[in-house]
Write a protein that binds this ligand. Structure first.
Ligand SMILES: O=C(O)CCC(=O)C(=O)O
Ligand SMILES: [Fe+2]
Length: 316
């Protein structure tokens, strides 16, 4: 009798500080695991202790309060590009709503958002989100340092730091009207137009990652974990060594779903492939470009139709 094929799982990597500092060889082993996961899947699940369970619960509680505000208040969250502000339910994604907080690792960024949503103030919201986004940004920086060290491009990475900004997006998916055991698209398949993305699913699953062989991998929410994902900008920057994964959200008809994304972008500075990553075996694949221009392109008719927007925008 044959055995049933095992469902694939995303690698789970322990990036808790206590673990990383435990023995001298742990760091080297962990860096190897991170690079293998990123080169194979473009993402992995990071176990991380920088966000306490209390803070985590507080963010999701605040997110529920936020989505209960009237639509006309939420719509005050406008931004450039438009996808960085309020996104209401639309024909392609009728169950989805998102609110974006720009410059979310700065007090000014969060307070600007707080004043729009609660003119009479909600300091505990801002304090919680600031603490949360700073802690998650540290995780992002840790992984990026591993990538930069492993490819010998630390200086290039350091030169991008002054231009890195973080957007926090709080997301809500309402319960879709589907039959039992049926599921339906919550967000269609895409790659992120970010440098990197970190996703926090809290308690309700739905995120799926497409493996290189085309199989969809379900990502089950684990406590104290974030999905680290390379965005298209990271693909270009690493000259294609790390490919941003295609992912989607599937909704099952039983629970509403809240998630949080923390997205890093490179503002006002061209992304160029570091010369260390170009050689005979790895010819240059991408022309220099601005992150915001990639997003603009993706929002054009041509960009929306393109199967590989990054390639059609700046591929060689
Ligand atoms: O809700 C999620 O888990 C994923 C959202 C997502 O893919 C995105 O915001 O780009
Ligand atoms: Fe995404």
């Amino acid at each position: 009798m044959g055995t049933l094929p095992q469902a694939k799982h995303l690698p789970v990597i322990d990036l808790r500080l206590e673990h990383l500092n435990s023995t001298s060889s742990t760091w080297v082993t962990t860096c190897g695991e991170v690079m293998r996961a990123l080169e194979e899947y473009g993402c992995f699940i990071a176990m991380y202790d920088g966000v306490s369970q209390g803070l985590h619960d507080a963010i999701f509680h605040a997110s529920q309060q936020l989505f209960d505000l009237p639509t006309e208040v939420k719509a005050l969250d406008t931004a450039y590009p438009p996808s960085h502000g309020y996104i209401g339910a639309r024909p392609g994604a009728p169950f989805y709503e998102g609110l974006g907080i720009q410059n979310a690792t700065t007090k000014q960024g969060i307070e600007r958002f707080e004043k729009l949503m609660w003119p009479s103030g909600n300091p505990s919201f801002s304090e919680g989100v600031l603490e949360y986004s700073k802690a998650v940004a540290e995780l992002e920086h840790l992984v990026m340092r591993i990538i930069a060290k492993s490819y010998g491009i630390e200086e290039n990475y350091e030169s991008l730091l002054g231009s890195k900004t973080y957007l926090v997006r709080l997301m809500k998916y309402i319960i879709p009207q589907v039959k039992e055991n049926e599921s339906i698209i919550g967000i269609y398949a895409h790659t992120d137009k970010t440098f990197t993305s970190l996703l926090d699913q809290y308690q309700v699953k739905g995120l799926e990652i497409k493996a290189k062989d085309g199989e969809w991998i379900e990502v089950n929410p684990l406590p104290s974990s974030f999905v680290f994902m390379a965005g298209d900008v990271c693909t270009a920057w690493t000259n294609g060594r790390i490919e941003s994964p295609v992912h989607r959200v599937m909704m099952h008809g039983d629970k509403e779903r809240y998630s949080v994304g923390i997205y890093a972008f490179i503002r006002d500075r061209k992304i160029e492939v570091p010369q260390q990553l170009v050689d005979e075996d790895h010819p240059l694949q991408y022309k220099p470009f601005y992150n915001c221009k990639l997003i603009d392109y993706f929002n054009t008719d041509e960009g929306k139709k393109s199967k590989y927007p990054l390639k059609s925008f700046c591929g060689i």
